[in-house]
Each structure stands twice: as structure tokens, then as C-alpha cells.
Design a protein around this ligand. Structure first.
Ligand SMILES: Nc1ncnc2c1ncn2[C@@H]1O[C@H](COP(=O)(O)OP(=O)(O)O)[C@@H](O)[C@H]1O
Ligand SMILES: [Mg+2]
Length: 250
């Protein structure tokens, strides 16, 4: 039996009052696939990720994770969210907790791991991402890049099957972007399934198996990065990429 797709979106619609933000999104993500969402600010990338994480209810359509319709009536949102890691632009670490406690909190409280197990797993992850010497620090003692890497580790500590990353480098000083992208690249190499909203086009071109161009709540175009970035079919994709190139971002 073959593995079901990691994620399927079928006709996903979402409005905020009269503002239709997602206008029928269809998308399939295979296990171990990395899909990048690109598109102008306001095109609906964050809303899409928040709908998948069940932070925003959808108006119609379906979202299926590993074969389970997570938008069906009566589904326990907390159980679903456990399988999905999400990392935002702002790191959202708890400022009054050390790095280690930030990371072990959810595994202990939600997964009911005992302290030794949770700390052991956290230390292993911190070690892998070059952060082991930071485990007893408070977040405000870390650089933005370090904080964001901790935020990624915190999500990984829940052993998610799917990671959603929302512009995770947008709040960083330019010299700190690379260290965060390196972590994501490593996750991709290990086979983590990821859906990544990003403005880093060079990164998307490198890392993505598939790139989706979102425009005003619709996926106008999707395909392998080699094609989307060199031979976009849709005029709006060409226009968007043209502006990115003009800004020196590709
Ligand atoms: N909680 C909300 N309430 C009302 N409108 C929202 C909310 N979140 C997003 N929007 C609107 O949805 C549209 C898409 O926003 P967003 O998903 O953040 O786009 P992107 O991440 O691509 O910049 C925007 O018009 C934004 O103002
Ligand atoms: Mg956004």
C-alpha cells in the first residue's frame, strides 16, 4: 500500500467578512515533498497556512492530512495540530523560560513525556543545530537567527509529520538569514515534508520540489522551480518575478 499524500487541499475557500482571501485552493503535497508558496504580500499565504493548522476555520472545501479529513465535523483540532509544526515570522518564544524549557514544554504537557526524555530529545535537537550551548539562556540573550532556530527546534520537538513555515526569515537582519535557511535545508534533506511561505526566491528555487504562485487567493501557477522561475506561464507570475528581480532578490 502506498503512503497517502501528506496534505491535500480541495477547493478551500476562506473569507474575512466580505473579503474573500482564499478562492478555491487545490494543492497536493506528497510525503517528503517541499512546497514553496510565493506571492505578493496579502495574497493569502499566511491565511492558507493558518487554515491548515486549524487556527482559522475554512468556509468550504476540505483539508486532508495523511488521509484524514481534518476539516470534518467533530475533529479534535488539538490532536491534528500535534502532527503539524508551524513556525512564524515572529519567533514567539516564551521570554520568561530558558531555551530548554521553551522546547520541552509542549512535549511534556501535550505528549506527556517525562522530563528526562523531553530534555534528552531537546538536547539532541539543539546539538544538531549548533545550539546546545544556548539551552540555559533566555531568548532575549540570543540573536534573532538563534531565536528562530530555537523556534524551529521547538516545533520539531513535537515530532511533527508536516512543517508549515511562514516567512521565517522575514524579521531577521540579512546576515542572520543564512543560518536559518541552512536549518530548513537540513530538514528538507532529511525528508521532512514542508509547506513554506517565503520571499526568499533563491532559497525557494534551491529547495522546493514544487513552487506555487499565489495571487489574490488563488494558485495561479504551480510547478517545478526550474520552470516557474525561468518560464512562468502566467503574466501575473512574470510580473511578480520581474519585480523581485528588479529588487535584486532573485
Ligand atoms: N484575521 C484576519 N481578519 C481579517 N482579515 C484578515 C485576517 N488575516 C488576514 N486577513 C486579510 O487576508 C488577506 C491575506 O492576508 P495574508 O494571508 O496575511 O497574506 P500574505 O501572508 O500572503 O501576506 C489580506 O487582505 C489580509 O488583510
Ligand atoms: Mg504572510
Amino acid at each position: 500500500m502506498s503512503e497517502p499524500p501528506a496534505l491535500i487541499l480541495e477547493g478551500v475557500h476562506k473569507s474575512f467578512r466580505e473579503n474573500e482571501v482564499l478562492k478555491g485552493i487545490d494543492l497536493k503535497v506528497a510525503p517528503h515533498e517541499v512546497v514553496c508558496l510565493i506571492g505578493a504580500s496579502g495574497s493569502g499565504k499566511s491565511t492558507l497556512l493558518r487554515c491548515i493548522n486549524l487556527v482559522e476555520p475554512i468556509d468550504s472545501g476540505r483539508i486532508v492530512v495523511e488521509g484524514e479529513d481534518i476539516t470534518a465535523e467533530g475533529v479534535d483540532a488539538n490532536r491534528i495540530r500535534r502532527r503539524i509544526g508551524i513556525v512564524y515570522q515572529s519567533f514567539n518564544l516564551f521570554p520568561h523560560m530558558t531555551v530548554l524549557r521553551n522546547i520541552t514544554l509542549a512535549p511534556r504537557e501535550v505528549l506527556k513525556m517525562d522530563r528526562a526524555e523531553a530534555e534528552g530529545a531537546a538536547a539532541a535537537l539543539l546539538g544538531r543545530f549548533g545550539l546546545i550551548d544556548k539551552q540555559d539562556e533566555y531568548p532575549d540573550r540570543l540573536s534573532g537567527g538563534q531565536q528562530q532556530r530555537v523556534a524551529i527546534v521547538r516545533a520539531l520537538a513535537m515530532r511533527p509529520h508536516l512543517m508549515l513555515l511562514d516567512e521565517v526569515t522575514s524579521a531577521l537582519d540579512p546576515e542572520l538569514v543564512a543560518e536559518v535557511l541552512a536549518v530548513i535545508r537540513e530538514l528538507a534533506l532529511e525528508g521532512m515534508t514542508m509547506l513554506i511561505a517565503t520571499h526568499e526566491m533563491g532559497f525557494a528555487r534551491d529547495i522546493a520540489d514544487k513552487v506555487c504562485f499565489l495571487d489574490s487567493g488563488s494558485i495561479l501557477e504551480a510547478g517545478p522551480p526550474e520552470r516557474i522561475f525561468t518560464a512562468p506561464e502566467h503574466p501575473r507570475t512574470r510580473q511578480f518575478l520581474g519585480r523581485i528581480i528588479e529588487a535584486g532578490r532573485l
